[in-house]
Design a protein around this ligand. Structure first.
Ligand SMILES: [Zn+2]
Ligand SMILES: [Zn+2]
Length: 274
């Protein structure tokens, strides 16, 4: 049972259409493919270029659902939605009534600061400023979980993307975030895209994964693919890391309900390295 949930199409910042993603999945023995384009509902109403237009969510959903074919993989409908503390109602209203299988919650922005846009924005901060951004990141992650809006917390240590590491002890903030994720029943993901970023490490680090596993938090395995050839990128390596961290099961989603498969059933025989 090979399932992958965190993937982007041309509806947001991906390179391939939903149809192309599903065709590739069908050709590579993927049993279940989820599409999770970005929907960014900023409190100030502006729209980044990497987001699906809110007015076109209905068209996006129709396109994803149209790829459900009798002889193809199971197609799941998702969204990757940014979390802005204090604005749960805005996000709840934006998602209300949508026939989603799962919602990924992400922190890409802290106020006007875009965490994962370019290393230059981090480099402009001094060490204390960077430390404060890391600290605020984990406080955002905690409230993301507490909001009750999200099924999966995406790339939970995205703040390391460009290799900037905190110089202060943030274990209290991190523990609080992970405790909130566990208490809310939110799932995390092993996101293999980080292996291809300057940090050179999947999201999250092995230490964080072990901390999630100890808390009984569930996990999915995804490549955060922005093109079809990346749908299963590093899945063998990711599955090995999950096993190292102590996980024996992977979460699956349908209609915002979670079930589990044993991890060894979820590793592809033929993996793409494109
Ligand atoms: Zn993301
Ligand atoms: Zn993503």
């Amino acid at each position: 049972m090979i399932a992958t949930y965190h993937n982007h199409s041309t509806w947001s910042d991906g390179k391939d259409s939903v149809a192309t993603l599903v065709d590739w999945a069908a050709d590579h023995d993927v049993d279940e493919i989820g599409v999770s384009d970005h929907l960014v509902l900023r409190p100030d109403g502006t729209l980044p270029k990497w987001s699906l237009e809110p007015a076109r969510v209905g068209d996006y959903i129709a396109d994803v659902l149209a790829q459900r074919r009798a002889d193809g993989p199971t197609v799941r409908l998702g969204l990757e939605v940014d979390w802005y503390p204090g604005h749960a109602d805005l996000i709840r209203d934006g998602l209300d009534g949508l026939p989603l299988d799962y919602v990924l919650g992400s922190v890409h922005e802290i106020g006007p600061f875009v965490l994962d846009g370019s290393p230059a924005s981090w480099d402009k901060l001094d060490a204390a400023g960077q430390d404060e951004m890391h600290r605020r990141y984990w406080i955002h992650m905690r409230s993301l979980a507490e909001s009750g809006l999200f099924d999966i917390a995406a790339h939970i240590d995205l703040n390391k993307k460009f290799g900037h590491r905190p110089t202060i002890d943030l274990s209290a903030e991190i523990d609080a975030a992970l405790d909130a994720i566990a208490a809310a029943g939110v799932i995390v993901e092993l996101n293999t895209a980080g292996w291809h970023k300057p940090c050179g490490d999947a999201y999250p680090s092995i230490g964080l994964l072990e901390a999630c596993c100890r808390r009984g938090i569930g996990v999915t395995l995804s490549a955060d693919a922005h093109q079809s050839g990346h749908l299963l990128r590093d899945f063998d390596r990711g599955a090995a890391r999950l096993a190292d961290a102590g996980f024996t099961r992977l979460a699956r989603f349908a209609g915002r309900q979670v079930t589990y498969d044993r991890i060894e059933q979820c590793i592809p025989e033929h993996e793409s390295h494109e």
